[in-house]
Design a binder for this molecule. Sequence first.
Ligand code: PLP
Length: 447
Amino acid sequence: MTASEDLDQWNKEDLLEKDRKYVWHHMTAHNENPMIIASGDGSWVTDIDGNRYLDGMSGLWCVNVGHGRREIAEAAADQMMKLAYATLVQSHIPAIELAAKLNEWLIGDYRIFYSNSGSDANEVAFKIARQYHHQNGKPSKYKFISRHRAYHGNSMGALGATGQAQRKLKYEPLGVGFQHVPPPYCYRCPFGQTKETCSLQCAKAIENAIVWEGPDSVAGVILEPVITGGGMIIPPDDYLPMVRSICDKYDVLLIVDEVICGFGRSGKPFGHQNYEVRPDIVTMAKGLTSAYSPLSATAVSSELYDSFQEKEATSHFRHINTFGGNPVSCKVALTNLEIIEREDLVGRSAEIGNAFRSGLEPLQEHPHVGEIRIFGSAMGIELVEDRESKIPASVERVTKIVMACKSKGLLVGKNGDTVHGFANIITLSPPLSSTDSDVDFIIATLL
Ligand code: PLP
């Protein structure tokens, strides 16, 4: 059945009525008239009225290979018929093959623990880090350092690691032991520095936090290579290597959250590979399956893994989840990674970013554009009331722009410093498979 034939069987009013009555929407108080997305093809989605939109955010930064990949659907169907489920107390072929493939992508020696979502993957990282220190003679190391504006997930620990107060209000107390430091936000340097005077005080803030908390109490640092959802905050090149050496100095584990930056989004297989650091733990989700099926993973360096093989009855990692590493999801991930490799979508991601860079050059001078930040094919356009004062653009101005893009057929995101009431950064992260004409369309719409 074609997508348009499929649409004919639905009555929009009936769907909306059921939606209003039964669906609890994410992150929304109440949505009288949600856009009902009915189908997707490549970089485009079509709503129930037949309107087409370029999916400028790949859903939630996740549909890396684009919509409508029959090859993935067929691989999933095939796997369902072969084996729909097996636990990972035992093992199964797609989980084994995928773990090996992820090691190629990570260029390292990592053990792969599977879960269902990015939040799960981070929870697993926190538990592994604490248990590692515990059975390595340092049981008092339990705290984690994270950054303001970071988002690491919705569960109690991952939300604890999140550095955005408004996401936590009314849910506290959350997981304990999460401390936050200012991010490497050069456009508005929290330390009042400029490019010329920068001495990476943002990285030193992590060291200070470790020292002031007491190195014997700190288990890990968690960070995204680039803060994505918090407004595309790209660190200076030396930041991540410096954080790595601070972690080494205090026996603190470096956990890199690649939930968005992974799988080509950054123009490299993983975001941290832009900075040549080797994390102790890497968490991943979204682009792992391009969201065709839920799956996440926590990759743990083999040095850490080895300490879970001791003789005590409680030395192994005592964590299980029913769906993590489901054979169908693992097969979907394998097929997704095959597509990314075959079509060189990692290289394509960098090309898309370069096209944004040159195509959006004229926007750099726009009175309401403060800065355009691009990492691979992910982009943040920071809007201001005026370039001199850098006062963040008002909610009304940003909403108007988002709606104008939508009316022209482009879906974009908005993110930022919502603690202070500003979501003044327009974000884009289109499918890595976007064609030249898709990219031209995005640029033309934004100009
Ligand atoms: N980490 C980062 C950087 C994210 O952006 C997200 C979700 O957007 C998560 C973790 C949580 O992932 P999930 O929504 O799959 O739980």
